[in-house]
Design a protein around this ligand. Structure first.
Ligand SMILES: Cc1ncc(COP(=O)(O)O)c(C=O)c1O
Length: 357
């Protein structure tokens, strides 16, 4: 086993890469893991020296606090194969910032930005052969932190593990999606943890999502917790609508995850001269826009799914089809072409979003 050092951690390379076992033409999202992972532990009020080692299981005490009290946060970002064959990570600084915001809300230690960035860059460099080249493919990067102290009793853990692993992935959703506007269950409440990428937020969303799937929908669009009248976001995507040719998206708040893709898409829309309106979006407005035809497109935007056009929206039992869902010149397609072109080095990276490895 070869050992190298970086300023913050040691690198133990695998002697037996698994890359030849992977069918890169048929990647299922989130099932294939690259050769290496990063691991760094926190105790006595400080981060210990980290390490990169072969991807593999953790050994943990059954009393590890994450299993009981749920202190767990994560992030999701992607590295892309560029047109010139190189590899770059898309806006990792935004994910590091959001990770540390999540850490603060969940009473967990922040990860210093320089260590986080070096861990990401070194891990992706080491496994760069795992970054797939297909149009819809990329290397998904999953940083996460869990509470590891062995203790029974509700309080913030004193020990944590921070880890990063990566997965070569294809498309998250295959085909069109149909979504249900959720008017009963709640994902996030004011003063709660909705703006954090905390594992518990996702656990609580599973049952309402299952009910929606039983009704034939692929995903939910959450509404606010108080009136169930204002659109918030989808399961792993922020929501956008095309109204009279302009882009409308709910304003972020403490109940909505502030998506990196959302910010990128809104910036690109402004660059392209598309009118952008960030505000509250009422279900009644959505319904009347769908009925009158002034809303022509709806889509979700997120790292995993990128820009996913919505083919149908269910509101209070009525299914509304979206007119422009598969149009080549749809706003969603224009934005996707631009975003993808930038991320793959085919269009000028005018906002310096790509971090080359
Ligand atoms: C709840 C939720 N909303 C929105 C998003 C989109 O955020 P991003 O574009 O940063 O991936 C995600 C995915 O991370 C999410 O889990």
């Amino acid at each position: 086993m070869m050992i190298e050092t970086s300023s913050f951690f040691d690198i133990h390379k695998t002697e037996t890469s698994r890359i030849n076992q992977v069918d890169f033409d048929n990647l299922e999202f989130g099932r294939v893991f690259s050769d290496h992972m990063f691991l760094m532990e926190y105790e006595n009020g400080e981060w210990m020296r980290g390490k990169i080692e072969p991807y593999g299981p953790f050994t943990m005490s059954p009393a590890s606090m994450v299993f009981h009290y749920g202190q767990a946060i994560f992030e999701g970002m992607k590295a892309y194969r560029m047109a010139d064959g190189g590899v770059s990570i898309f806006r990792p600084g935004k994910n590091i910032e959001r990770f540390n915001l999540s850490a603060k809300r969940m009473c967990m230690p922040e990860v210093p930005e320089d260590i986080f960035m070096e861990a990401l860059a070194t891990l992706v460099e080491l496994d760069k052969e795992w970054v797939p080249g297909g149009d819809e493919s990329s290397l998904y990067i999953r940083p996460f932190m869990i509470a590891t102290d062995s203790y029974v009793g509700v309080k913030a853990s004193e020990k944590y593990a921070f880890s990063i692993f990566t997965c070569p992935v294809g498309a998250y959703y295959k085909g069109n999606v149909s979504v249900k506007v959720e008017r009963n269950y709640t994902r996030a409440t004011p003063g709660g943890t909705g703006y954090a990428k905390a594992a518990g937020n996702y656990a609580g969303s599973l049952y309402p999502s299952r009910l929606a799937r039983e009704e034939g929908f692929d995903q939910l669009i959450w509404t606010d917790a108080i009136e169930h009248e204002y659109i918030e976001e989808s399961g792993t995507m922020n929501a956008m609508f095309v109204l009279n040719g302009g882009l409308v998206s709910p304003a972020t708040s403490d109940t909505i995850l502030n998506g990196v893709t959302r910010d990128s898409v809104l910036t690109i829309a402004r660059d392209l001269g598309i009118n952008v309106d960030i505000r509250k979006v009422a279900v009644s407005e959505l319904r009347s826009g769908l009925e009158s035809g002034s809303i022509t497109e709806a889509f979700g935007v997120g790292t995993a799914a990128t820009i996913k056009p919505i083919a149908e929206i269910g509101i209070d039992g009525i299914h509304y089809p979206l007119k422009h869902v598969n149009h080549a010149k749809s706003v969603a397609n224009q934005l996707l072409n631009e975003l993808d072109g930038i991320r793959r080095g085919k269009i000028e990276d005018r906002h310096a979003w790509n971090i080359p490895i």
